[in-house]
Design a protein. Structure first.
Length: 192
């Protein structure tokens, strides 16, 4: 789930037409970056959750995008579900059995630019103590100087699908879908 956001920032920075040729550090705009996940609940409905307010760093090199990287992490307990009982169940031993300091992290391992504004970002997602390789399908939305901040900014969307049982979170599958759809929308600003 966290995976998509991390990769999205990197893709936007890499594909940015106005970026410098040397590797530059960008940081995620925590106020305008979010990860939305969804899953089928018993065939009756689609349930949603959200991660927001997280931070991460992107190093990108416009001359050699494959040499760019991204690293992001966030507390598991920063998850929002819209219903306190669902959040409590997700944090229980049935799923995360989360502590206050348990983190979700994503570190990119490779980037394949697939078009003028698209890229596949591969990286290691660590979730619930398990690390798996995931691929984010990323699209650059806009890359230029921010009209209010007056400095380089990039925004992008990305998607992926996770299999929750791969991360030891398969309780109630297949009745509650094992596949979780992840949608990411991220903004990143050039670091000072």
């Amino acid at each position: 789930m966290k995976t998509s956001i991390f990769a999205a920032g990197l893709a936007a920075a890499i594909l940015s037409a106005g970026a410098a040729s040397a590797a530059d550090k960008y940081v995620l705009d925590s106020g305008h970056s979010q990860i939305v996940f969804s899953y089928n609940h018993l065939g009756y409905s689609t349930s949603y959750g959200l991660f927001s307010g997280f931070a991460g760093d992107i190093m990108f090199d416009m001359e050699n995008p494959a040499a760019s990287s991204v690293s992001v992490s966030m507390p598991v307990k920063s998850m929002l579900t819209g219903w306190e009982e669902r959040f409590a169940h997700f944090m229980s031993p049935d799923f995360f059995d989360a502590t206050d300091d348990e983190m979700v992290s994503f570190t990119s391992t490779g980037i394949e630019v697939t078009g003028e504004n698209t890229a596949l970002i591969t990286g290691d997602l660590t979730l619930n103590g398990v690390t798996k390789s995931v691929v984010l399908d990323a699209k650059l939305n806009l890359a230029n100087d921010h009209p209010m901040a007056g400095k380089p900014w990039a925004g992008f969307d990305a998607t992926t699908t996770l299999v929750r049982s791969d991360y030891g979170l398969g309780k109630f599958a297949p009745y509650v879908s094992d596949e979780v759809s992840v949608m990411i929308s991220v903004e990143a600003m050039k670091a000072e």
